[in-house]
Design a protein around this ligand. Structure first.
Ligand code: CP
Ligand code: NVA
Length: 315
């Protein structure tokens, strides 16, 4: 079997996302029913974290154990990665001993070098450029709440023509939303402060057809089916914190923005969140917010992803 990696959202086809959403729903149902499901017995996942994490670590670790496998947690500080062992050498060694690797790091280039020298599938657990596992879970959550067929199966065709409003930084999350929109047929309304725009080349999308840029975040939210945002300062950019606080002051999602979106619009945030900065407490803790389902769905969606990468389309 050829090795597949999940380094960015565009690595999979629309059809494969349809498969993953359906599997995530089935796997979630098993979990909720306490049904034992161990397709990855004797498989090991190595997780490499060069940045902090709560959700990514817990969701991958719990998810892998629930699938019958085991997990190893490595950080820069407690491995030779922090002492300048080349990434290529680390990839060759680690991938001879485990079945799957998840990496959270800085540059996408580092993740790609690892994958190029790995004998096993590699998953992007967040880089400066992309966060594909998060968007996989976010889309699954959107379908779960608004886009299931009469049998309760996620129906990706629901996404066609829908509008996702992105308010805030043109960061890893925004880039990944753009890749998803291009692939799955929805539009992203982007509103970022000046100087923090998304770069289409970095986002890795072919054309500007799947997004629209708005100066005013209220205009981006008008008519949106989903409003979403993220921290003003992502990991690795802490030195810019003060400058960003000033630049982003008008990019706080409040009830005014939710009011101009569709009446049944949802609010998402990948978390961790800063109430009073990028989002008001009334919104994130309000009735349209699905952030806790979104966080939980990281685990169900990633279980489907790990199953797919190691076993293909199981029946
Ligand atoms: N959303 C997300 O990736 O959270 P963590 O940084 O806690 O993993
Ligand atoms: N954009 C944020 C996401 C955190 C999950 C960051 O990169 O820090």
């Amino acid at each position: 079997m050829t090795i597949r990696h999940f380094l960015q959202f565009s690595d999979f086809s629309a059809d494969e996302y349809g498969w993953l959403f359906a599997r995530a729903a089935i796997i979630k149902k098993k979990f909720k029913a306490y049904e034992k499901y161990h397709p990855l017995a004797d498989r090991t996942l190595a997780m490499i974290f060069e940045k902090a994490s709560t959700r990514t670590r817990v969701s991958f670790e719990a998810g892998m154990y629930q699938l019958g496998g085991s997990v190893m947690h490595l950080t820069t500080g407690d491995s030779q990665l922090g002492r300048a062992e080349p990434i290529e050498d680390s990839a060759k060694v680690i991938s001879r001993m485990v079945d799957l690797v998840m990496i959270r790091t800085f540059g996408q280039d580092k993740l790609e070098s690892f994958a190029a020298h790995s004998r096993v599938p590699v998953i992007n657990g967040l880089t400066n450029e992309f966060h594909p596992c998060q968007i996989l879970a976010d889309l699954f959550t959107l379908l779960e709440h608004r886009g299931c067929d009469s049998q309760g199966k996620p129906d990706p065709s629901f996404l066609k023509g829908k509008v996702v409003a992105w308010v805030g930084d043109g960061n890893n999350m925004a880039n990944t939303w753009l890749q998803a929109a291009e692939l799955l047929g929805f539009t992203v309304h982007l509103s970022t402060p000046s100087g923090y725009e998304v770069d289409q080349a970095v986002a890795g999308i072919r054309s500007p057809d799947s997004y629209k840029v708005f100066k005013d975040p209220m205009d981006a939210c008008r008519g949106a089916h989903l409003v979403t945002t993220d921290v003003w300062t992502s990991m690795g950019y802490e030195a810019e914190n003060e400058e960003r606080r000033k630049a982003f002051a008008d990019w706080r999602v409040g009830t005014d923005m939710m009011r101009v979106a569709q009446p049944d619009a949802l609010f998402m945030h990948c978390l961790p969140a800063h109430r009073g900065e990028e989002v008001d407490a009334d919104v994130i803790d309000g009735p349209q917010s699905v952030v806790w389902d979104e966080a939980e769905n990281r685990m169900h969606a990633q279980k489907a992803l790990m199953e797919f990468l190691l076993l293909g389309k199981v029946t």
